[in-house]
Design a protein around this ligand. Structure first.
Ligand SMILES: Nc1ncnc2c1ncn2[C@@H]1O[C@H](COP(=O)(O)OP(=O)(O)OP(=O)(O)O)[C@@H](O)[C@H]1O
Length: 423
């Protein structure tokens, strides 16, 4: 019996006969489905172009913002990203950014309809960021991949524009740097009033360093420069570095060294991957290690938590280099607590004391804050009155006092100077 005889005998069988029609229909449908799937795959392969952007890629956030602003603006499916921005005055502003939510969106760009699919894999984590793995897939008709180059470039430009004139602050997030809040409005360098000549000394040194890459490479010297600002709290160490970063058009990678979860390898990794064109700011550098002054109770409290060792910090600093030049600022309130090895040239090339207000600073701060015909005279009398008290005063205290008296008569500002030391 041949196979066809066998099949026709099966069809004659009353039990199989009824099912064979359905089977044939099912088979036909399956083949059609297969065929149409194949045709779709062929069509996609030859007439559509797809771009997949994973969340690890630098352009991911730019692209989402760009899609929201330019393309799928009218989409009904948005998700929100809330961020906080703290001003120097301490006022906290909340900002909501809407971006396309997970799902499918359609947008029109460059004469082409584009399908935007944002997917999130709830079971896969991006280990660097600790967030669910996400991908944006763009699908467009045609074979011209330039559409995606143009799109990514526009997204980059848009992102750059939103940070124009602003300083991006990065903080450490596990093993990576993450922008912290929204880019901050640049603070003019002149608004941080240091004693005469200090600001110019530091900023000129930095600028000279940035312009002298060739000098370093010709001599085989690692292209980096270290600065140490030391002095009492509230005298402008952090504010100065932030303002300087703005002046140089650099970002800031901020690490507070009193953070107990930092250890040698994490510190080393972070310093090595700091984004280009940023100043690395290591705050409270003395607090990095187990301090001699720590009470037994504190030592017990921190036991088991990772700590940075002096040799770990020295290694991390020595390893820091970048073709674009690496600038490291360290701050401390206690210079005497630092090991001489940490502040030797090569690790710290310029050391400046940022102290309590001098006459120069008192007058300058007064003149920046108030106005009027007798300003110079008032500024000088204000400085006299403060210095007469023979008590150290920080610029932060002066700033606070001026804020209280921002609308006061200037004579009143001079008469109430004792208030500077209240609280
Ligand atoms: N020299 C200064 N000129 C103008 N404002 C200043 C100056 N110093 C401090 N301030 C103001 O005082 C506040 C605190 O300053 P900042 O945090 O920069 O001080 P700091 O020296 O870094 O203190 P700490 O050692 O506690 O970190 C800021 O709001 C800043 O604007």
């Amino acid at each position: 019996m041949t196979i066809s005889d066998y099949i026709s005998s099966l069809a004659d069988n009353p039990y199989f006969g009824a099912g064979s029609g359905i089977f044939a229909l099912g088979l036909g449908a399956a083949m059609l489905r297969r065929g149409s799937q194949g045709a779709l795959i062929l069509f996609r392969r030859h007439f559509m172009i797809t771009l997949e952007v994973p969340c690890r890629d630098k352009s991911y956030q730019w692209l989402l913002q760009w899609i929201t602003q330019k393309g799928a603006r009218k989409t009904q499916h948005l998700s929100v990203e809330t961020s906080f921005h703290q001003k120097d005055s301490g006022h906290v502003q909340t900002k909501y950014d809407f971006i396309p939510s997970t799902g499918t969106h359609i947008m029109f760009y460059g004469g082409n309809w584009i399908k935007v699919e944002r997917t999130r894999e709830s079971h896969t984590l991006d280990l660097h960021m600790g967030v669910p793995w996400e991908t944006v897939t763009l699908t467009a008709f045609g074979r011209d991949k330039n559409i995606y180059f143009r799109m990514l470039e526009e997204a980059r430009q848009l992102a750059l524009k939103s940070t124009e004139g602003k300083t991006i602050m990065y903080t450490a997030d596990t093993n990576d740097w993450k922008p912290f809040g929204h880019p901050r409005q640049r603070r003019p360098l002149s608004s941080v009033v240091l004693d005469e000549g200090i600001s110019e000394r530091i900023s000129n040194d930095c600028k000279e360093f940035i312009q002298n890459q060739k000098w370093y490479s010709e001599r085989g010297i690692p292209y980096r420069r270290g600065y140490l600002l030391h002095g009492p709290p509230g005298c402008g160490k952090s504010s100065y570095v932030t303002a300087l970063a703005g002046e140089l058009e650099y970002g800031i990678c901020l690490l507070n060294m009193s953070n107990r979860s930092m250890d040698d390898s994490r510190l080393n990794g972070l310093l090595n991957i700091a984004p280009q064109q940023t100043i690395i700011l290591l705050e409270d550098i003395d607090a990095a290690f187990v301090s001699r002054e720590e009470t037994d109770e504190q030592k017990l409290q921190y036991r088991g938590l990772n700590r940075v060792t002096l040799s770990g910090l020295l290694n991390a600093l020595d390893g820091v280099a970048s073709s674009e030049g690496r600038i490291v600022f360290m701050t401390t309130n206690y210079l005497d607590r630092l090991d001489p090895a940490l502040i030797r040239p090569g690790r710290v090339d310029l050391k400046e004391f940022i102290g309590h207000c001098t006459r120069y600073q008192l007058e300058q701060m007064y003149r920046r804050f108030y106005d009027g015909p007798d300003l110079l005279d008032f500024a000088s009398r204000f400085a006299d009155n403060v210095l007469k008290q023979n008590r150290p005063v920080s610029p932060a205290q002066i700033q606070g006092y001026f804020m209280i008296h921002k609308l006061s008569d200037q004579q009143k500002v001079l008469d109430n100077i004792a208030d500077l030391w209240k609280n």
